[in-house]
Design a protein around this ligand. Structure first.
Ligand SMILES: [Zn+2]
Length: 194
């Protein structure tokens, strides 16, 4: 994914459209010349390009666009790592609209793990929400550990989470970073033994 910023609101003059932008892979496909920067040569067909036009304030707006792009990429890579299915034991959710690339250590807490696939789990919406709220966590051997304090007040969890205590998640090819798990334990106030 690329982020192109131009101060020129017309960005190439009358008749300009995305297809003729020098960054556009379709321009490359049509044999257009690539006269400017080396980065342009690295753009491949199928890459996503964000074009920001007009006077761009370098500050909060750009940072939030960058962060959004970073989070979207993270979410897609995490879901891919787990084969596009919820990694909670026996969970059957495989529909992409019901899956999220969930952060283990919060984006804001885990500076060095930011955007790192080892800080993510692919979970369905229910298992994501339950994880986010600390109803369960994972121990160092990637087994589900139920947080007895928090599940007592959630009826759904007694029936749908408790029986999975001690069961292993479905592993992705990149496994969760122990540092990320430590951040989750700290945040929810529950560190499983073992
Ligand atoms: Zn699930």
């Amino acid at each position: 994914m690329w982020l192109e910023m131009s101060r020129d609101p017309t960005h190439g003059g009358a008749g300009w459209e995305f297809g003729t932008c020098v960054w556009s892979p379709s321009r490359k496909q049509q044999g257009g010349r690539w006269p400017f920067w080396e980065l342009l040569l690295k753009v491949r067909l199928g890459d996503t390009i964000f074009h920001l036009r007009g006077v761009v304030a370098i500050g909060e707006e750009v940072r939030s666009v960058r962060m959004r792009i970073g989070q979207e990429r993270f979410s897609a890579e995490v879901r891919k790592n787990y084969g596009w299915r919820c990694c909670f034991p026996d969970c059957e959710v495989i529909d992409p609209v019901l899956l999220v690339g969930s952060h283990i250590g919060r984006w804001s807490d885990a500076l060095e793990l930011r955007g790192d696939v080892s800080n993510g789990l692919c979970l369905c919406l229910m298992h994501d929400k339950a994880f986010e709220n600390g109803l369960y966590t994972l121990d160092r051997s990637m087994k589900v550990r139920i947080n007895p304090v928090r599940i007592s007040s959630v009826r759904w969890a007694n029936k749908n989470l408790q029986p999975f205590d001690g069961r292993s998640i479905r592993s992705g090819s990149i496994v969760p970073d122990p540092k990320a798990l430590g951040l989750h334990w700290e945040r929810i106030g529950f560190a499983p033994k073992g």
